[in-house]
Ligand binder design. Structure first.
Ligand SMILES: Cc1ncc(COP(=O)(O)O)c(C=O)c1O
Length: 393
């Protein structure tokens, strides 16, 4: 009776099941994967946010396939502050970045076509691709000490086939933390133009540098050399995932860009998925983003510095260098299973972390933690991880 889309193992994994058991038994767990900004002890401008979403104009339904003009102007203003001019005609509002991916997959692919995604990377892509009957293929990111993660172009080129329609980059990557560098984007654009494939660039974490120098960070929005789709939204920029407002910025050579916009408009007009209150609020939420961003930046930098200080010359684990974003990756230097380690950390030490294979790290020995975790929990949790590893002496 049901679609074959769900023909994969939908059973809960051992780690999530244990977390649920611990929580229902009332055991206090240090969740080092806290990724929900509204649950991480930040101070939100409650009155300002509530005021922004309660405008009387919300009582009128004024549907527009791209989203309200005033909302798109507010998005263009966000880029203007980064010295990027975006025509509001190229902006499409969506309810989330995940929905934006779905729309772009519908726009570019037929069932069985392929999209290249970074490995390691964010696990959501495979689910979205499955929903859209698209096949995904990994291209590798490689790590070199001192140089962060970067695109392995040999792997990317070898993944391109006739059915390839787009390459996804995440700028900076979740969880690897690498921003796309100028040299890399030039090479990527050259390859994509040669093979007539589009670039989908996810920039939800763009505003959160960790080790990166601000002057080396740039947005793909506004690049016109090939067809590009730049995605971002309130979920990370303002720490407000519940507001459900994101956007797609279409760029590219005129002919392709216009055709993409025409077709995308049919898709967004079919769903009209973004609510009026948040569209009317986005201007004020974006203008006031510094209030929450300052707290998030302070948190991620402090947690990262703590990791650095604890792991310097540590015999069991290394900290992999992170350009930006909300995550950090630890490389375990001793031969143990990362899956067992994550399970035992929760079972015996009440610390919840993710093993690297959740993010499709191909080799053993990676652990991912969220830098958004409240500092006290983070510090105690990291100390417990090091105690655990110390037992293998
Ligand atoms: C890289 C990346 N893209 C997109 C999303 C989803 O964002 P949204 O809440 O806008 O759907 C996430 C969520 O964590 C993410 O990590």
């Amino acid at each position: 009776m049901f679609s074959k889309r769900f023909n994969y193992n939908t059973e809960e994994n051992k780690l999530s099941a244990l977390l649920k058991d611990k929580k229902s038994a009332g055991i206090s767990v240090l969740d080092l994967m806290e990724s929900n900004p509204t649950n991480a002890g930040f101070d939100f401008d409650e009155a300002g946010i509530l005021n922004a979403v309660s405008k009387s104009e919300s009582l009128k339904y004024l549907p527009h396939p791209k989203g309200l003009k005033t909302a798109r102007k507010a998005v263009a203003q966000y880029y203007k502050e980064k010295n990027i001019e975006i025509n509001i005609d190229n902006i499409f509002l969506t309810s989330g970045t995940s929905e934006a991916y779905s729309f772009i997959f519908k726009l570019l692919t037929d069932p069985g076509d392929e999209i290249l995604i970074p490995n390691p990377g964010y696990p959501l892509f495979s689910f979205i691709a499955e929903m859209e009957s698209v096949n995904i293929k990994n291209y590798k990111l490689k790590y070199s000490d001192g140089n962060f993660w970067s695109i392995d172009f040999e792997s990317l080129k070898s993944g391109i086939a006739d059915k390839t329609k787009a390459v996804i980059i995440v700028n900076p990557n979740n969880p690897a933390g690498n921003y796309i560098k100028a040299k890399e984007i030039n090479e990527l654009l050259r390859i994509c133009r040669e093979h007539k494939i589009a670039v989908i660039c996810d920039e939800v974490f763009l505003d959160y540098p960790v080790e990166s120098d601000r002057k080396n960070i740039f947005s793909v929005a506004g690049i016109n050399y090939v067809l590009t789709f730049t995605l971002s939204g309130l979920s990370k920029i303002c720490g407000l995932p519940q507001m459900k407002l994101s956007w797609i910025i279409v760029g590219g050579p005129k002919k392709e860009c216009n055709e993409a916009k025409e077709k995308l408009e049919i898709i967004t007009d079919t769903y009209l998925s973004v609510g009026a209150p948040v569209q009317l609020a986005v201007g004020s939420l974006l203008v006031n983003r510094d209030f929450i961003q300052a707290q998030i930046k302070d948190r991620i930098l402090r947690n990262y510095e703590f990791l650095k200080s604890e792991l310097i010359a540590n015999e069991f684990a290394d900290l992999m260098k992170t350009d930006g974003g909300w995550y950090a990756v630890l490389k375990i230097k001793i031969k143990i299973s990362e899956e067992n380690m994550a399970f035992e950390m929760l079972e015996k030490k009440d610390v919840y972390i993710h093993p690297g294979f959740f993010f499709d790290f191909k080799d053993e020995g990676y652990i991912v933690v969220s830098l958004l975790t409240p500092a006290e929990n983070f510090n105690t949790g990291i100390k417990r991880i090091l105690e655990y590893l110390n037992n293998f002496k």
